[in-house]
Design a protein around this ligand. Structure first.
Ligand SMILES: [Zn+2]
Ligand SMILES: [Zn+2]
Length: 297
C-alpha cells in the first residue's frame, strides 16, 4: 500500500483517467442491471471493468513518465498490455508498486476474462461471473484508493455504489454459507468456474458450494481416490507411440496398466517410465556389446 502524493496530471494522464472512469461507470451500470434483471450482462460488466483497470493503471504509469506506456519505450505506437503495465509499475525505478503473487494472478485472470468476452468464449455461470466481477472490482477499488487517490464515489453516483456494495455483501453471504458447508467435507478442490476452493464431492458428483458448477467424479486408477474429472490425466501421453500412415501404434507402455490417474500418480508414473526407458536403453547397450564380444569369441 502507498499513498504517494500525485503529480499534476498531464493531458495524457487526464485523458486516460477520464476514459477509465467512463468504463468503470459502464461496468457498474451493467453489473447492476445484471443483478436486477439481465444476468447476460455480467460478461459486459467484466469487460468494461477490465478496460477501466487497464486505463487507470496506464494513467499511473504515464504519470511517472509518458514513454512508459509504449510497449517499446522509444517507439510510440502500440501501448503496453495490462500485465506489462503492472510489471513496469512494480519496478522500483519506475514506481515500486507492491503486488502480491495473488494480485498478479488476479490481473492475469482479469485479462483472460476480458479476452474470453471479446472472443465469445466466456462461460455463462452467472454466479461465477458475478464473483469474478467483484474480485476485480475489489482490487480496482484498493488500487484507486491507495495509488491514484480516487474514491469509488468518483466512478458512479453514491446510490449506484451503495447498490453495488449491497450486491457484494450478498456475495460474501453466499461465500460465508459455502464456507460453513465446506466444514462437512474433508477434501475440496479449486473450481474452474469461479476460481474458489469450494469444489467438493457430493452424491457421486463434484459440485462447487459457491457457484454450483458441477462436473463428474473419476477414480484414480492408481491411488483409488476420487477426483473432479479435470484433475484426471491420461497415461497414454507418457507411452511411446509410432506413427505411420496417419495411424499411431503403441510401441512401449513401459508395463503401465493404469489409464486414468490423478496428478500426483501421473508424475510418479512419468518418473517410473523415464527410469524404465533408461533401463531398457542400458539393457539394449549391454545386449549389443555382449553380442560383439561373443562374436569376437
Ligand atoms: Zn465455483
Ligand atoms: Zn492417484
Amino acid at each position: 500500500m502507498s499513498l504517494k502524493p500525485r503529480k499534476n496530471p498531464s493531458t495524457l494522464v487526464a485523458n486516460l483517467t477520464s476514459s477509465a472512469k467512463f468504463f468503470a461507470e459502464e461496468a457498474i451500470d451493467n453489473a447492476l442491471s445484471a443483478k436486477e434483471k439481465a444476468e447476460a450482462r455480467w460478461p459486459l460488466a467484466i469487460f468494461h471493468l477490465v478496460i477501466s483497470l487497464e486505463h487507470f493503471s496506464k494513467a499511473l504509469l504515464a504519470e511517472q513518465n509518458a514513454v512508459f506506456i509504449h510497449e517499446v519505450i522509444d517507439k510510440p505506437g502500440k501501448t503496453t498490455s495490462l500485465q506489462k503495465t503492472f510489471q513496469r509499475l512494480t519496478n522500483r525505478d519506475i514506481y515500486g508498486l507492491n503486488l502480491s503473487p495473488k494480485d498478479m494472478k488476479r490481473i492475469e485472470t482479469a485479462v483472460a476474462y476480458r479476452n474470453d468476452v471479446a472472443h465469445g468464449t466466456i462461460g455463462q455461470n452467472s454466479k461465477a461471473l458475478e464473483a469474478k466481477f467483484f474480485e476485480i472490482f475489489a482490487f480496482l477499488r484498493d488500487f484507486l484508493r491507495y495509488h491514484l487517490q480516487i474514491g469509488a464515489d468518483e466512478l458512479a453516483s453514491r446510490d449506484k455504489i451503495d447498490d453495488l456494495l449491497a450486491v457484494q455483501k450478498q456475495i460474501s453471504e453466499i461465500e460465508k454459507r459455502a464456507k460453513e458447508s465446506l466444514e462437512q467435507h474433508d477434501v475440496c478442490w479449486n473450481c474452474v468456474e469461479c476460481g474458489k476452493d469450494f469444489l467438493v464431492e457430493l452424491d457421486g458428483k463434484c459440485i462447487c458450494l459457491f457457484c454450483h458448477n458441477d462436473c463428474n467424479v473419476i477414480e484414480c486408477d492408481r491411488c483409488c481416490q476420487n477426483f473432479p474429472e479435470y484433475e484426471i490425466y491420461q497415461t497414454d501421453e507418457i507411452f511411446e507411440w509410432e506413427f505411420s500412415e496417419g495411424r499411431a501404434t503403441l510401441a512401449n507402455d513401459f508395463g503401465i496398466t493404469e489409464k486414468f490417474v490423478c496428478q500426483i500418480c501421473y508424475s510418479n508414473i512419468q518418473k517410473e517410465a523415464a527410469e524404465r526407458a533408461y533401463q531398457d536403453e542400458l539393457d539394449e547397450t549391454w545386449f549389443y556389446t555382449s553380442g560383439i564380444l561373443d562374436a569376437r569369441g
